[in-house]
Design a protein around this ligand. Structure first.
Ligand SMILES: [Zn+2]
Length: 232
């Protein structure tokens, strides 16, 4: 699947049920999320389709520890030599030092069906990988002109959202919610009440576009749907 430009210098890589993103920084690329364990192949094919090479990926930022976001990290690190960035809480899961939290499905028929199809039978275990950089709330990572980390717990304990602070702002909402078939709660949360508080906090932010782990990005007037849907 080809890379889709969703914001100046930012591409969405559709990997089937989940997205990853590439941020251009001159000759370097920053990858946000890594798909499932075998999605390294699709991600590197998309990089090559852009006329770039795997070694252009210098940094990989992972929003949270779930297998559809962190699954490709170990394989991609080997093939690119990139450094990895994650929150401490979720880094410890990917390092294999802490067991993954047990998450529970959201209310709603669709969420229950998706939970049974995609999550209930999964071990949640990802190939172990080293994480060189631990991200804390408020850190501004030196990618794309400044990528501000926003703690977004609830879906996982250490999930991070990010704001690219230029051109009106691009919010990477990760799995704070989903946009599969419209904005909705994610299929699972470790802590549902905390997930709601995270969404209410993100809904106070202004941005020109917002993108998700699951489903298409929203921009322009459509981006305001996010604020309206989740305002407390
Ligand atoms: Zn997740």
């Amino acid at each position: 699947m080809p890379a889709k430009l969703i914001f100046p210098g930012v591409y969405a890589l559709g990997l089937g049920p989940v997205n990853a993103f590439l941020i251009e920084d001159g000759s370097a690329l920053t990858l946000i999320d890594t798909g499932y364990g075998k999605d390294d192949v699709k991600i590197l094919a998309a990089v090559q389709a852009l006329g770039r090479s795997p070694s252009d990926i210098k940094n990989i930022v992972v929003t949270h520890c779930h297998p559809d976001h962190a699954g490709g990290l170990a394989a991609l690190k080997k093939q690119t030599g990139a450094s990895a960035w994650m929150s401490l809480a979720d880094a410890e899961v990917v390092r294999g030092k802490v067991a993954i939290n047990r998450s529970t499905p959201s209310r709603g028929l669709m969420q229950q069906i998706m939970y049974r199809l995609f999550i209930a039978g999964s071990s949640g275990i990802v190939d172990k990988a080293g994480i060189e950089h631990e991200i804390a709330d408020g850190d501004v990572l030196p990618f794309g002109g400044g990528l501000r980390a926003i703690a977004a717990p609830g879906h996982s304990a250490g999930q991070m959202a990010f704001m690219l602070e230029r051109d009106g702002g691009l919010l990477f909402a990760a799995d704070a919610c989903s946009n599969m078939g419209g904005l909705s709660l994610s299929i699972v949360y470790d802590d549902h009440a905390q997930g709601r508080r995270t969404l209410a906090a993100l809904a106070k932010l202004m941005f020109a576009a917002v993108c998700f782990g699951h489903g298409p990005a929203l921009s322009g007037a459509n981006a305001r749907k996010f604020n309206q849907k989740w305002e407390a």
